[in-house]
Design a protein around this ligand. Structure first.
Ligand code: PPS
Length: 310
């Protein structure tokens, strides 16, 4: 059987993209957000599925077991910009949702988010993950997901990642541009993968407070148990095992779920090169590391530091 070729990235308004996003561009840009829509935004591999599942349980966990056992997460929380041939687009899937609020996922850089989300003042949850773990996770994901560009070997992928020559462009631009937007836009909750890993309970409390939700202690406990890595890994409705284009034998979607896995991949040289690039690209940003900032605010103990230390 002939293998379908991997898509190529190309420059699209200054950001590396593939046709999977640009195919549906006009519909995407004209998407009509509703005031109660909730957008989960993140650079790829930052923990979007984790946060999607948390939000789905917070809003719809009470709806009975059918939703949880028969509807995969990508149908409950559509991927807004997705436009794979022969499949419903993300905008169509979102418009077909019958539940309210609509929870929607995107990896779009902030400048590409359809303007209706800003006009309607929708709540937006931005999830950041430290750049090194994101790179490692993205590398494995690109291997197993045939709709992604071929990552090549680890060292050439890492070089492309630093230069933003991967799908969705530069991690540095993504997180810093969203961070800048957060400052004036109070409807964005900026959180991190590391927040969730370090202290799920506190991260949940902050998220609920932003969303205006007050689940009971029992509900929170139940939710925290359901969203543990091992539980999600074995849950076919959230582990993407129902998506044929992902070859989970190459690498499972729910791969390691750890902070600091980059240490198992980076050589000393790659680490130095990455730190240099990181320093250079982040030099004009006030963003340090949101996990530490949040943790610092909560405990007043940890020093502010760079994400590389995680
Ligand atoms: S995607 O394809 O961009 O939407 O991927 P995304 O869901 O954003 O990120 C996938 C990574 O998140 C990890 N993950 C988790 N880690 C810890 N706990 C839980 N519950 C959890 N759920 C998802 C997932 O394993 C991917 O990270 P890596 O490092 O590859 O394991």
């Amino acid at each position: 059987m002939e293998r379908s070729p991997r898509p190529a990235v190309f420059d699209f308004h200054g950001v590396c993209m593939t046709e999977m996003v640009t195919n549906n561009w006009d519909n995407l840009q004209n998407f009509e957000a509703r005031p109660d829509d909730i957008l989960i935004a993140a650079y790829p591999k930052a923990g979007c599925t984790w946060v999607s599942y948390i939000l789905d349980l917070l809003y719809f966990g009470h709806m009975g077991p059918d939703r949880q056992t028969s509807i995969p997460i990508y149908k409950r929380v559509p991927f807004l910009e997705m436009a794979n041939p022969n499949l419903p687009t993300g905008t169509e899937m979102t418009n077909q949702l019958t539940t309210t609020p609509r929870i929607i996922k995107t990896h779009l850089p902030v400048q590409f988010v359809p303007k209706s989300f800003w006009e309607q003042r929708c709540k937006i949850v931005y999830v950041e993950r430290n750049s090194k773990d994101s790179a490692v996770s993205y590398f494995h994901f690109n291997h197993m997901n045939k709709s992604q560009p071929d990552p090549g070997d680890w060292s050439s992928f890492l070089e492309k990642y630093i230069e933003g020559q991967v799908m969705y462009g530069s991690w540095f631009d993504h997180v810093t541009n969203w961070w800048e937007k957060w400052q004036p836009y109070s409807h964005i909750h900026y959180m991190s993968y590391e927040d969730l890993s370090l202290d799920l309970g506190q991260a949940l409390d902050r998220l609920c407070s932003f969303l205006g939700l007050s689940p009971s202690a029992e509900e929170k406990e139940k939710l925290a148990a359901a969203v543990k890595f091992d539980k999600m890994k074995e849950n076919n409705m959230v582990n993407y095992s129902t998506v044929p284009i992902m070859d989970q034998k190459i690498s499972p979607f729910m791969r390691k779920g750890k902070v600091g896995d980059w240490k198992n991949h980076f050589t000393v040289y790659q680490n130095e090169m990455f730190d240099q690039g990181h320093k250079q690209k982040m030099k004009n940003s006030t963003l340090k590391c949101i996990a530490r900032i949040n943790h610092f605010n909560m405990t007043k103990k940890l020093p502010l530091s760079s994400p590389q230390d995680l």
